[in-house]
Design a protein around this ligand. Structure first.
Ligand code: IYR
Length: 229
């Protein structure tokens, strides 16, 4: 039996009461409208410092927390940073890694792949944006008695929750950047996260700068991303 309290509801099975069925035509409209909503999302790199209500962030984190996960262990932690000094320290550490990446570590092929995005080691958005959300995956869940319960499919679970979070923030009228300074071990130290947690993504969240520009890139058409067998 699971040691995790949230996995021991009683009774063990309850009727599915939250599912909604729609007539076929309505399903098609809903699917098309949801696609259009998500297709408007663009990753941005120029953020405004305009403040964002904490309530909105909290609600979007709740949406992320509804994601499916291995054995429902929910092996994620979202460290939400708005403190100016902490954002500054994150920028300093991230730029150290990024300079190493762009000036030394990155093979030419990787730099060529990034050229259309116009990225470099300068990361002002880490201080400009009102929120940074550091997303950690938990290899195990630490119990109050100090014991650890193993988690499963952690990268998959964290990635799904991150997708939900990005979609929720976009839906709420915010923009994001999925930033991955590598390695990001410095986040554990700066944000006081334990060793059983691994940072996956540093999500930059806020409003776009007034004159925000984005790369002119496209998504693949359906025929290139799917096959029907
Ligand atoms: N982490 C670096 C490099 C980078 C890598 C990929 I793959 C991207 O899609 C974008 C950037 C950076 O953040 O600049």
């Amino acid at each position: 039996m699971s040691k995790l309290s949230f996995n021991q509801g009683s009774p063990q099975f309850i009727p599915l009461s939250t599912y909604r069925a729609y007539p076929e035509a309505e399903m098609e409209t809903r699917a098309a409208e949801f696609y259009e909503e998500l297709a408007r999302r663009k990753t941005i790199r120029e953020f405004s410092s305009k403040p964002v209500s904490r309530k909105v962030i909290e609600q979007c984190l709740l949406a992320a927390g509804t994601a499916p996960s291995g054995a429902n262990h929910q092996p994620w932690h979202f460290a939400v940073v708005s403190d100016k000094e902490l954002k500054h320290r994150i920028r300093v550490e991230a730029e150290i890694e990024e300079r190493e990446f762009y000036d030394r570590r990155a093979p030419q092929e990787w730099k060529d792949a990034l050229a259309p995005l116009g990225t470099d080691s300068n990361k002002p958005f880490l201080e400009d944006a009102p929120y940074l959300i550091a997303i950690f995956g938990q290899k195990s869940t630490l119990m109050d008695d100090g014991s650890a319960v193993k988690n499963y499919y952690v990268p998959e679970s964290v990635s799904i929750a991150t997708g939900f979070l990005i979609a929720a923030l976009h839906h709420a009228g915010l923009a994001t950047l999925t930033h991955t300074p590598s390695p990001m071990g410095f986040l554990n130290e700066l944000l006081g996260r334990p060793d059983n947690e691994k940072p996956y993504i540093l999500l930059v969240v806020g409003h776009p700068a007034d004159d925000c520009m984005v790369p002119n890139i496209r998504k693949k058409p359906l025929s290139e991303i799917a096959s029907f067998l």
